[in-house]
Design a protein around this ligand. Structure first.
Ligand code: ATP
Length: 328
């Protein structure tokens, strides 16, 4: 079952497309990270998925096919917006009361136990809580609704490292113990590396990368070798080049079994490094899809045997993306 599915989804503000031709299928049971530079369209996508905005093109369904914003969707989706909106003049107890009256499945006991563990007093006004406590309260209210999908828009942006860690621990507990699917946007890549097992990377309103983290990591490698030969590497699509005086580091789309050219070393890549490389190369796309059998990519190659492989997939520049120095 897909927890979020979009088909040609687009959102336009005036003449500007905030999100464009977005087709995604995020399977249930994941903690999916939504990553992208400022203005990439993350909040727009999340707002469309929770029914807070209407698409200008295409469509979006959640929880295995319910239109976003429909009663069935609203019943199973909990959303914590970017600024963790709370009624600042209400006490924590009043916030629980209000949320309980609006949600028939609200689990008061769960909420009170969680807030007790966090040391958040029920009598305190929400506006008098620290930023971290407010975020924890908003998350607790969302989880006490017992959702099947939890959507979080930059939940840890304002939090110190300990509050951030505690917040993400609660999200992970909900995912692992209660089977809640999670989609969260964040700029804190190191945090995502710890929790995310699905990645969606947006660039300029379009999906640049989408897939299971394990698959993405297995299909990328960092090659380290002589800087002088970096420009001539054309065996596999290069996502990003980091060049020193002597050595160059190439993030390439290649599997563990792909041969490594002489004088080059291959290393596995981590999620943070992978995401950073794509963020630095908005024209490089690594969408899942059929790989095309065909001749070797044009251009001079490194000395040594050509890399074999049943297929060669190409990192295609996006339609309106700037051509990348290294994207072939
Ligand atoms: P950030 O990381 O800064 O939160 P984001 O990836 O969440 O950014 P969005 O907030 O979705 O990006 O914005 C995407 C684009 O749509 C931006 O160019 C933004 O200016 C534009 N946009 C978003 N909301 C509106 C709006 N209500 N009216 C006009 N333009 C908007």
């Amino acid at each position: 079952m897909n927890i979020i599915e979009t088909n040609g989804l687009g959102k336009r503000y005036g003449s500007t497309w905030a999100l464009r031709e977005c087709s995604l299928a995020v399977p249930a049971g994941h903690v999916a990270a939504l990553v992208g530079p400022n203005g990439a369209g993350k909040t727009t996508l999340l707002n469309l998925a929770v029914g807070l905005a209407a698409p200008s093109a295409g469509g979006v369904t959640v929880l295995g096919g319910h239109p976003a914003g429909s009663p069935a969707a609203l019943d199973g989706v909990a959303f914590v917006a970017q600024d963790t909106p709370l009624y600042k003049n209400l006490s924590v107890a009043d916030m629980l009361h209000l949320t309980r009256n609006l949600n028939w499945r609200f689990d008061q006991r769960y909420a009170e136990i969680r807030l007790g563990e966090l040391g958040i007093p029920l009598k305190r006004k929400a506006g008098k809580l620290s930023g971290g406590q407010q975020a924890q309260l908003a998350l607790t209210l969302a989880l006490a609704r017992r959702p099947r999908l939890l959507v979080l828009d930059e939940p840890v942006a304002m939090l110190d490292p300990i509050a951030r860690h505690d917040f993400m621990a609660l999200v992970l507990t909900a995912a692992v113990d209660d089977g809640v699917s999670v989609v969260l946007s964040s700029h804190v890549l190191a945090e995502l590396e710890r929790v995310a097992d699905y990645l969606v990377l947006l660039s300029r309103g379009r999906v640049q990368v989408a897939g299971e983290v394990d698959d993405l990591l297995a299909s990328h490698r960092v090659l380290t070798g002589p800087a002088a030969e970096a420009d001539r590497y054309a065996e596999r699509p290069v996502v990003h080049v980091r060049r020193g005086e002597v050595q160059a580091h190439l993030l390439v789309r290649a599997g563990a079994d792909d041969p490594v050219p002489p004088r080059w070393e291959a290393h596995p890549v981590g999620l943070e490094e992978l995401a950073l490389a794509y963020l630095r190369e908005p024209g490089a796309a690594a969408l899942p899809g059929p790989t095309l059998p065909g001749p070797a990519l044009p251009g001079p190659t490194l000395p040594g045997p050509a890399l074999p492989g049943p297929a060669r997939d190409r990192a295609l520049p996006l339609e309106d993306g700037e051509p990348s120095e290294v994207t072939r």
